[in-house]
Design a protein around this ligand. Structure first.
Ligand SMILES: NC(=O)c1ccc[n+]([C@@H]2O[C@H](COP(=O)([O-])OP(=O)(O)OC[C@H]3O[C@@H](n4cnc5c(N)ncnc54)[C@H](OP(=O)(O)O)[C@@H]3O)[C@@H](O)[C@H]2O)c1
Length: 341
């Protein structure tokens, strides 16, 4: 089967950073689905795993396959699979500890796979799993916001509102939780997109966000979801969170964070990492299947929409290198998707 992989961790300008390869058809383990991948989305995690590394890193002997966002059709199942059969159309993010989905056929544990929205094609569906799971887990599992509307009218600041995660987080916060959403964006294009995703207000993350919120008379806020540069935004987040409010970040800090800034307000800080459930095989890892199925139903009812912004064909090394290059600018809007072989 066709796949795109790497043998060396190189800058994306190097033609060998991602190369076309051929691999054997993989065999499903007992809980696995074998999926004929039709479309994939790219994410910053792909570029982070591919990027040049410091230190004495042994290059992979067999090609390393990246990619953690796919939509496709089930073509085979392991002997213990219960919820799927060949022909099912599925979408999923997958597991960072296993080979990724830059391949014509891909193995994934059924517990983290959802039935894809019936109203979407493969490309529009592939845009949703990784970012949808991240946003859902951050808002409802980590920040503890009610998906049933019990927090209606409270406020949230979504930092990085036009990115992949911000685009779906804004929709969930507004249309599922009923929150007042303040999204950050720094350009006209990204501001317009964030509004289309449901943001009530836009602030500019190139300026200190506490000053922005104060000048627009928008703060303090009940919740903050930080989707970009935790270090840069930390002091402002501590200033604009309400007493007893909650902050969640999905982006690693480079320097130690001063948690004492939150003490006077008894404010909470938590992390969200979308791969936690699959990486540690948590007893509730099937929750990701439930979340993906809930998102699919919300899409089919017209409550949520796909965040796809650009689709390229086919899935090959040239187009994936270009997709990585665009992601590395840090200025993409919504999701970049590749489809077809
Ligand atoms: N922990 C997890 O499970 C998890 C899951 C998914 C993603 N992530 C991480 O979360 C981050 C965001 O992911 P993503 O897929 O949403 O990325 P993305 O789509 O590449 O985000 C692009 C957006 O970031 C905005 N941005 C750029 N610099 C910013 C800054 N200094 N402050 C605030 N916003 C800024 C840009 O807005 P403007 O163009 O308007 O400036 C752009 O629209 C990445 O670091 C990713 O690796 C973590």
């Amino acid at each position: 089967m066709k796949a795109i992989g790497l043998y060396q961790y190189l800058p994306i300008s190097n033609e060998k950073s991602l190369v076309d390869v051929y691999l054997d058809r993989p065999r499903p383990g007992s809980r696995d689905l074998l999926v004929a991948v039709q479309a994939i989305a790219v994410n910053p995690v792909d570029t982070k795993v591919r990027a040049p590394r410091h230190g004495d890193i042994k290059p992979p002997e067999t090609p390393q396959i990246l990619g953690w966002d796919a939509a496709g059709e089930v073509i085979d199942t392991g002997e213990e699979v219960e919820g799927f059969r060949p022909g099912d159309r599925v979408y999923y993010a997958g597991d960072i500890t296993r080979p990724g989905c830059y391949s014509e056929m891909h193995l994934v544990d059924e517990r983290i796979v959802g039935h894809m929205p019936e109203s979407l094609d493969f490309a529009a569906a592939a845009a949703l799993p990784l970012t949808g799971l991240t946003a859902w887990e951050a808002l409802f599992d980590r920040l503890g916001i009610s998906p049933a509307g019990a927090d209606t009218g409270k406020s949230i600041l979504v930092i990085g509102g036009a990115g992949g995660v911000g685009s779906i987080a804004t929709q969930l916060a507004r249309h599922i939780a009923g929150l007042r959403v303040i999204a950050s964006a720094s350009r006209t294009k990204s501001s317009v997109w964030a509004k289309q995703m449901g943001a009530h207000h836009i602030v500019n993350h190139r300026r200190p966000l506490d000053i922005e919120l104060e000048e627009h008379k928008l703060g303090p806020v009940d919740y903050i979801l930080c989707l970009n540069d935790t270090d840069q935004h930390w002091p402002a987040m501590a200033n604009i969170i309400k007493p007893q409010g909650s902050i969640c970040s999905i982006v690693d800090n480079r320097e130690p964070l001063d948690l004492s800034l939150l003490k006077p307000k008894s404010a909470t800080f938590c992390w969200e990492f979308m791969f936690t459930r699959s990486m540690f095989r948590t007893t509730d890892m099937h929750r990701q299947q439930e979340i993906l199925n809930e998102i699919a139903q919300l899409v089919d009812r017209g409550t949520l929409k796909s965040t796809v912004n650009l689709v390229q064909q086919p899935i090959n090394a040239t187009n994936l290198r270009e997709a990585h290059r665009l992601l590395e600018t840090g200025r993409t809007i919504g999701k970049l998707v590749l489809e077809g072989w």
